[in-house]
Design a protein around this ligand. Sequence first.
Ligand SMILES: [Zn+2]
Length: 67
Amino acid sequence: MVEKGEKSGKKQKKKKLKMKKSAYYEIKEGRLERKKQTCPKCGPGVFLAEHKDRLVCGHCSYTKWTK
Ligand SMILES: [Zn+2]
């Protein structure tokens, strides 16, 4: 008799992107300070994604070059 108690070696890796919204803000003496730049088109609720040399809005693809 051959025992086959082992499960087939399928390993599933789960990738979770950690997006901390709180990291975008900082509270200083009761005042809210935004660390990240926000989109001028979409308003203060939309942050720009940071790239190497530019900031890009995920909503309207507004691009702000930092160089
Ligand atoms: Zn935008």
